[in-house]
Design a protein around this ligand. Structure first.
Ligand code: NAP
Length: 288
């Protein structure tokens, strides 16, 4: 598709600090090419002091919106005109959609994780036990995705008080799910169908893990360990999970799905997740 002379190509951005090593530009450029849409995607390093000005700068013709990454996902909320239900519930925005000068905040990490878990073969049986490691923004997105699928969640975090704060936010009378916070030794490992690492332990450090392998040994064989970390491609947690007879996946699928959902929100184009995975060189072996 080409644009009339003089019309600026649609633009989208990533605001993060640091931003240089982001994988988002390669995914979104591949998506523009696949959809045969003109458009550019640029990762910008935005220090916290410059966030408000950067967000205000999105309110101009030609801008589709922006992704947000660390440390901006929570701080952006008050700068926007409206929020999706997911962004409100999670308390974090990873996607801003611009239309006619108005900025709408969404959270595609939550549905991105949901879709990645389904791709990884997770069966979403109602009332299944899930253990979430970590208590930052990614853990909040994970809890939102899981309780939306009527899973019972136990949050385990190095700092127990932060896990307890998440559980307190999701105490809903007569709900089809439960959210608890427990120290690792008291979590229901023997009945877990899924363990999600939403902590940053293991990120860029192949020797670091958020969890003693002794806990993995208590998880039923065949359960899934989903590590949101994707660098390195096989984290220590994944290695130890596989050694314990569990299935394990890294976070590239979530990264691809959250990008796919953001791209669809900006352009209306439903680009297959394989385009985003190919841009990451991450198409699962089972898909050829
Ligand atoms: N795959 C994806 O698409 C995707 C999307 C979003 C996020 N992520 C990943 O998810 C991770 C968390 O992101 P976030 O935004 O939630 O970060 P965050 O807000 O900084 O939270 C980090 C969490 O990790 C815990 N933690 C850090 N180091 C640890 C260690 N050595 N052992 C145990 N726990 C440790 C922290 O515990 P304390 O509370 O005790 O400090 C905290 O709960 C990052 O690795 C990020 O890259 C991936």
């Amino acid at each position: 598709m080409s644009l009339p002379d003089g019309t600026p190509a649609p633009r989208a951005f990533l605001f993060a600090d640091p931003a240089a090593h982001s994988l988002s530009p390669q995914m979104h450029r591949a998506a523009f090419a696949h959809a045969a849409l003109p458009g550019t995607y640029e990762a910008r390093r935005v220090p916290p002091a410059d966030l408000a000005a950067a967000v205000a700068g999105l309110r101009v013709p030609g801008v589709l919106g922006a992704n947000l990454s660390l440390p901006h996902k929570e701080a952006t909320l008050p700068l926007l005109d409206s929020l999706s239900g997911a962004a409100q519930a999670v308390g974090a925005v990873n996607t801003i959609v611009h239309r006619g000068g108005q900025l709408h905040g969404d959270n595609t990490d939550s549905p991105g994780l949901r879709d990645a878990l389904s791709d990884a073969g997770y069966s979403w049986e109602q009332g299944a036990e899930v253990i979430v490691l970590g208590a930052g923004g990614a853990a909040r997105a994970a809890v939102h995705a899981l309780i939306s699928g009527e899973q019972n969640v136990t949050v385990v975090n190095r700092t127990l008080e932060r896990a307890q704060a998440i559980a307190a936010d999701w105490q809903v009378p007569d709900a089809d799910f439960q959210v608890a916070a427990l120290p690792a030794h008291a979590a229901p490992w023997e009945s877990a169908a899924l363990v999600v690492n939403a902590s940053s332990a293991g990120l860029n450090d192949p020797d670091q893990t958020p969890l003693d392998a002794a806990f993995l040994a208590r998880v039923p064989a065949g359960a899934l360990v989903y590590d949101m970390v994707y660098k390195p491609a096989e984290t220590r947690l994944m290695r130890e999970a596989r050694a314990a007879g569990l299935n394990a996946e890294n976070g590239l699928g979530m990264l691809a799905h959250q990008a796919r959902l953001a791209f669809r929100a900006w352009t209306g184009a439903d680009v297959p997740v394989e385009v985003f995975l190919d841009a990451l060189n991450a198409r699962p072996a089972r898909e050829g």
